[in-house]
Write a protein that binds this ligand. Structure first.
Ligand SMILES: [Zn+2]
Ligand SMILES: [Zn+2]
Length: 183
């Protein structure tokens, strides 16, 4: 969703569109790959259908303001039991863009609400992708009190009732430790 800034009327213009889903999911898996090692086990997130976007784009002098919101359904796995869950995310878009020619060399901008455009076009799809990705949680649970999996038989404790916790744990290597503690 490219917007030519010189075509914008005074007071800006509103746009409604859908985010291109393949590009969004590609970026999402890439973002996961560069995540630190200790997050490697975090669940994968995939958008099942193109998220919707409504934005107002306005040019003031050389600065472009992009404001609006985006929402979409995504699939991921419960961090405890591994079941697939579908959730909705809805987030505000708020972006201030300066022309690239204004960029100072070596300057690192950490502000997620600030960026640059090439002086002519603003890619509202790309901006929306970024805000959608940032809106996702680190982990997701299928339900707040998900019981997870049994550490012994691997059964889903939300749906199965296994007897593992009632069995005496004689064959467990930890049984030895338990006995040691008693002495
Ligand atoms: Zn679960
Ligand atoms: Zn069990």
């Amino acid at each position: 969703m490219q917007v030519r800034v010189n075509d914008l009327p005074l007071g800006g213009k509103s746009f409604s569109f859908n985010v291109e889903i393949n590009s969004l999911n590609d970026r999402l898996s890439l973002a996961r790959e560069v995540a630190p090692d200790n997050q490697r086990l975090s669940p994968s997130f995939v958008f099942a259908e193109p998220p919707t976007v409504t934005v107002h784009v306005e040019l003031e002098g050389i600065t472009v303001f992009v404001k609006g919101e985006t929402s979409g359904n995504y699939k991921t796995q419960c961090a405890r039991c591994g079941e697939e869950v579908t959730k909705n995310t809805k987030t505000e878009i708020n972006m201030v863009l300066k022309p690239l020619s204004e960029e100072r060399k070596g300057e690192q901008v950490e502000d997620i609400n600030f960026g640059y455009y090439d002086g002519q076009m603003v890619d509202c799809g790309e901006i929306s992708e970024e805000f959608l990705i940032l809106s996702l949680p680190f982990i997701e649970l299928c339900q707040e009190d998900c019981k997870g999996l049994c550490s012994e038989c691997g059964g889903n404790l939300n749906t199965e009732k296994c007897l593992c916790s009632q069995k005496p744990k004689t064959d467990s290597p930890f049984a030895v430790l338990a006995k040691l503690k008693l002495q």
